[in-house]
Design a protein around this ligand. Structure first.
Ligand SMILES: Cc1cc2nc3c(=O)[nH]c(=O)nc-3n(C[C@H](O)[C@H](O)[C@H](O)COP(=O)(O)OP(=O)(O)OC[C@H]3O[C@@H](n4cnc5c(N)ncnc54)[C@H](O)[C@@H]3O)c2cc1C
Length: 403
């Protein structure tokens, strides 16, 4: 018995591919006892499945992989996702920050729609694909699982990346891709917090800053600059600006954080003027002008070893210089990034150079497809990864339907 299509993985990519394949004999193989284990965790169980930003802005949310995923996103857009669920009776809610959720705020409802779409598809749970191979003469794929062997004409590898391995995403797809002659771009955790050397802000856990600027330095050279919301936690620094850009960070890199609303040069001038004009005030009172969280300012003064009650007129040059630095160019050395157990996505994966971006088909073996996080792309937080899984899966399904 030869299946038209075998899909490895019943996450959003695998399910969505199956939901869109028409009139073919399809088998989904899933190692867990149920589908969509990671999907259920998404958006803290509420499933932020896409984002309402303009499509042109969308591509920028995948770092340098925006170009690769563009065709997929045009072919099945954020609005198409919302329409897909609406048509199936699940309306969406667009939050002020443009994140899109089901209006029930239940990931389970999103999953149930997907499962309902594939109810006529054969699914094997508790079954782990172990090996895949291609027979060039017969033009078929063989999938060996822990229980049996299967044959198919089209194979979709939708087995996810490596993040949250307890959801089943253990990087098996890389092994399959490699065995079929594909290159794997080195993987690392993405969408993850940064742990710092000598972290001094533990007691500021929960304090956040809106839209601040961060510069990333590698080997003393400025590599990138980011803007976004920042958060201190009890063990690391986090928030969208860190999480989304963790894909560019490595241990040993330096982050220079500007906690003020001025650029660095402007701030120097502003600060000196502020101190001069507040000569009769204590430094703590003068710094209220910056509108920064009180506990943060106290911590900065503590680090600078400046008594908060010191009169501004007595603040010496070196303390002024140090305070300027701590407030507008605060240097943090990255000790490590959160590992796969806390990272929400995987950077790297099946090299997109070897994938046709218009079809998600392998350029090496015809009728071999990849969809979702197994591919070397990763999106920002905000619904870009699930949308990426849907869009890449849809392209693969469309191509299979055409054949
Ligand atoms: C905590 C958390 C929250 C997140 N929140 C969001 C969010 O709100 N919005 C967003 O866009 N993204 C979010 N993401 C990311 C998003 O969930 C993933 O990018 C997305 O699930 C990837 O879909 P996928 O189908 O490619 O892979 P997965 O969802 O990982 O699915 C892959 C499936 O393949 C199965 N599998 C793997 N190997 C085998 C094998 N050998 N044999 C059989 N089956 C196999 C796995 O068991 C799994 O079910 C979040 C991720 C995490 C961890």
């Amino acid at each position: 018995m030869i299946y038209d299509v075998i899909i490895i993985g019943a996450g959003p990519a695998g399910l969505f591919a199956a939901a869109n394949i028409k009139n073919k004999k399809v088998l989904i193989i899933e190692k867990n006892k149920t589908a969509g284990k990671k999907l259920l965790l998404s958006g803290a169980g509420q499933c932020n499945y896409t984002n309402n930003c303009e499509i042109n802005e969308f591509f920028q949310k995948y770092g340098d992989k925006g170009r690769f995923i563009k065709t997929a996103l045009y072919n099945f857009t954020n609005h198409d996702s919302m329409y897909f669920f609406k048509e199936k009776g699940l309306n969406s809610i667009i939050r002020e920050d443009k994140k899109v959720f089901p209006n029930t705020f239940k990931a389970m409802d999103v999953l149930n729609v997907l499962i309902d779409c594939v109810k006529h598809t054969e699914m094997l749970f508790n079954t782990s694909a172990e090996r895949v191979s291609y027979d060039e003469i017969k033009k078929v794929f063989y999938v060996k699982t822990d229980t049996a062997n299967f044959t198919c004409r089209n194979l979709i590898i939708a087995s996810g990346g490596k993040s949250y391995p307890n959801t089943g995403a253990t990087g098996d797809g890389y092994k399959f891709a490699k065995s079929l002659g594909h290159s794997i771009v080195d993987t690392k955790p993405a969408l993850t917090p940064a742990y710092l050397e000598d972290y001094r802000f533990k007691e500021l856990s929960g304090i956040s800053f809106d839209n601040i600027k961060i510069s990333l330095f590698k080997n003393n050279k400025k590599a990138k600059e980011f803007t976004g919301d920042f958060l201190f936690t009890h063990v690391n620094i986090s928030g969208p600006v860190i999480i989304n850009n963790s894909r560019y960070m490595d241990a040993g890199d330096i982050l220079k954080v500007n906690f003020t609303s001025f650029n660095e040069d402007e701030f120097k001038v502003y600060f000196e003027k502020l101190i001069l004009s507040s000569s009769k005030l204590s430094i703590k009172t003068a710094l209220k002008q910056l509108n920064l969280p009180k506990r943060f300012v106290e911590k900065i003064l503590e680090i600078a070893d400046v008594d908060e009650n010191l009169s501004c007129s007595l603040l010496n040059k070196s303390s002024r210089k140090y305070l300027i630095e701590l407030l507008s160019m605060h240097s943090f050395k990255i000790k490590k990034l959160g590992d796969y157990n806390v990272a929400m996505s995987t950077k790297g994966g099946v090299s997109t150079v070897e994938i046709n971006q218009k079809t998600m088909e392998s350029k090496k073996i015809p009728r071999l497809y990849f969809a979702g996080e197994v591919l070397d792309y990763d999106g920002d937080t905000g619904g870009f990864n699930i949308q990426g899984a849907f869009s890449t899966a849809k392209l693969a399904a469309d191509q299979i339907n055409k054949a």
